[in-house]
Design a protein around this ligand. Structure first.
Ligand code: CA
Length: 221
């Protein structure tokens, strides 16, 4: 899953970036509203963390422009602590959730997970496909209850597929959602990750759809 972080305060931006990367997200950052607006309009993010007080173009304006342009990314806004007007205006402008500064990183991460789940019509925090289960909070993957150790990239690929069960996901789409923008991308590595995932999971849940991509399906009995 790939996240856009728009925050102008360097220390806070670095802390949020580090927490998101630790949690397994690919993260792009922008330090002003104009850059943030462009990235959100052009790149396929799974969620956005948007500060409201930004140089160049304020966060509410960024959000209104995205929504006016049918950019429907899930957006979490960061508001000043006591500003109820920020929260109301932000939600009315199309924010999906808000978090008042200062906040705990654990709460930010929980809200991001919930935003991504809801965007995919999922209510439960644990994703399941046949015997394979993925807990987005703990990052633990199990097959028939036994834990499977995955690398960060293998986890990212499985996490994305498990949020899109039954859909055909191309290598290009997987590449866009597991790497940040500045990463040197190579879609051939997706095949490598999928091959390793199949071996580690030991069950046939990732189907190759020839010429199109991959599809997650429960194994047929
Ligand atoms: Ca700010």
């Amino acid at each position: 899953m790939r996240i856009l972080l728009v925050e102008d305060e360097p220390t806070l931006a670095a802390q949020i970036h580090a927490s998101l990367v630790d949690a397994g997200y690919a993260v792009d950052t922008a330090a002003n509203g104009v850059d943030g607006w462009h990235l959100g309009a052009e790149e396929p993010y799974d969620a956005v963390v948007l500060d409201l007080g930004l140089p160049g173009l304020d966060g509410l304006s960024v959000l209104r422009r995205w929504r006016a342009a049918q950019v429907n990314l899930p957006v979490l806004i960061l508001t000043a602590r006591d500003s109820w007007t920020d929260k109301v205006e932000g939600i009315d402008a199309g924010a999906d959730d808000y978090l008042a500064k200062p906040f705990r990183m654990e709460e930010l991460l929980a809200r991001i997970r919930a935003l991504i789940r809801r965007a995919h019509g999922m209510a439960a925090p644990e994703l399941a496909c046949g015997p394979v289960r993925l807990n987005a909070r703990t990052g633990v993957v199990t097959v028939d209850g036994a834990a499977v150790v995955l690398t960060a990239h293998e986890f990212k690929v499985l996490d994305y597929l498990m949020h899109h069960p039954g859909a055909i996901i191309s290598k290009a789409v997987l590449t866009e959602h597991i790497y940040a923008q500045d990463f040197d991308r190579d879609s051939n590595t997706i095949e490598v990750f999928v091959g390793r995932l199949r071996r580690k999971l030991g069950v046939d849940v990732i189907e190759t759809v020839r010429g199109q991509g991959y599809r997650l399906r429960p194994p047929t009995a």
